[in-house]
Design a binder for this molecule. Structure first.
Ligand code: PBG
Ligand code: ZN
Length: 324
């Protein structure tokens, strides 16, 4: 008996020749958290290696990212003042608009993606407008989402990534952007976003834990596979340019199925809780950290992801340059 594949495994060069999946720095979007002030770089307790930064520090970080071959970032804002409708995100001089303008001015080649949502900007921490019954008002949220998209576009964003999963958001944003002359601005939809415990550490960084209730009326039940596919297919029909599955690790079956069901590029969001798990295990010498990180990234690509949004991006870029 012989295993026909064994002959192509022995020699490392041949192994590389036949390898089906590869990871490179240009697969990644690196998340950055911006807040007001200067000289601020505060490490997040639950995510060692991830920081809240003031804009001056963000600019320094962009220079560093480019030396690593990382040319795409997704920006999240932490405003000083939060209110019921997330006004800071609707203002041309809000935290995100300022950050996008400054980054694009200093680094015109940096591809700047904006997360479009309200949970970081609202005092109640929900992803949209809440009506009297403490439920999300979907249509009112669509209206202000269109305003937020125009703010991002005017500031110079290269791609808009709506993450609130409101019904009809993609069509609303596409029409708003086209109407304002931004026909060429792509939309990456958080099209299949599960109600997940894996977002815990992010809510610490973004200071966006809901003050009541949870997000299960607008995020998906992890148990539902067909609904997961339908949500992404619906966003494709509404005009999304890139689809996304979030979180990544526990949902790779869904990534593959959506990849096969649509013709759009796919992103995965390797979320905060996934990062924290590997980081903590690595820091406690429970796993070979670099090896497990790379194995995880390969798994995302193998499942069908074209884009990986990950807090590991800098480490991966270093590994690819053989510096770790
Ligand atoms: C905003 C948003 C969240 C994440 C990305 N965009 C938080 C949430 O949905 O609660 C999570 C990212 C992560 O956990 O790393 N809506
Ligand atoms: Zn949100």
């Amino acid at each position: 008996m012989f295993d026909r594949f064994r002959r192509t495994r022995i020699n490392p060069t041949l192994r590389a020749l036949v390898r089906e999946t590869s990871v490179s720095a240009d697969d990644f979007i690196y998340p950055l958290f911006v807040r007001t002030g200067s000289g601020i770089k505060t490490e997040v307790d639950s995510m060692p290696g991830v920081y809240q930064m003031s804009l001056d520090e963000i600019l320094k970080e962009c220079a560093h990212l480019q030396t690593l071959g990382l040319n795409s970032i997704i920006l999240f804002g932490i405003p000083d003042v939060k209110d019921s409708i997330g006004s800071d995100s609707l203002c041309e001089h809000g935290i995100i608009a300022n950050a996008v303008r400054e980054v694009k001015k200093a680094y015109p080649d940096m591809f700047v993606v904006t997360d479009l949502c309200f949970c970081e900007y609202t005092d109640h921490g929900h992803c949209g407008i809440i009506d009297e019954k403490d439920t999300i008002n979907n249509d009112a949220t669509l209206e202000i989402s269109a305003q937020q998209a125009i703010i991002h576009a005017k500031a110079g964003a290269d791609m808009i990534a709506p993450s609130g999963m409101m019904d009809g958001i993609i069509q609303t944003l596409r029409e708003a952007l086209d109407g304002a002359g931004y026909e060429n601005l792509p939309i990456m939809s958080y099209s299949t976003k599960f109600a997940s415990g894996y977002y815990g550490p992010f809510r610490d960084v973004a200071e966006s834990t809901p003050s009541f209730g949870d997000r299960s009326s607008y995020q998906m039940d992890p148990a539902n596979r067909r609904e997961a596919i339908a949500e992404s297919v619906s966003d494709e029909l509404q005009g999304a340019d890139i689809l996304m599955v979030k979180p990544a690790l526990a949902y790779l079956d869904i990534v593959r199925e959506i990849k096969d069901a649509t013709s759009l590029p796919m992103a995965v969001y390797n979320v905060s809780g996934e990062y924290a798990m590997l980081k903590m295990a690595g820091m406690n010498d429970l796993i070979d950290y670099e090896r497990v990180v790379m194995e995880t990234m390969v798994a995302f690509k193998r499942a069908g992801a074209d884009i990986i949004i990950s807090y590991h991006a800098k480490e991966v870029a270093l590994m690819l340059q053989n510096k770790v």
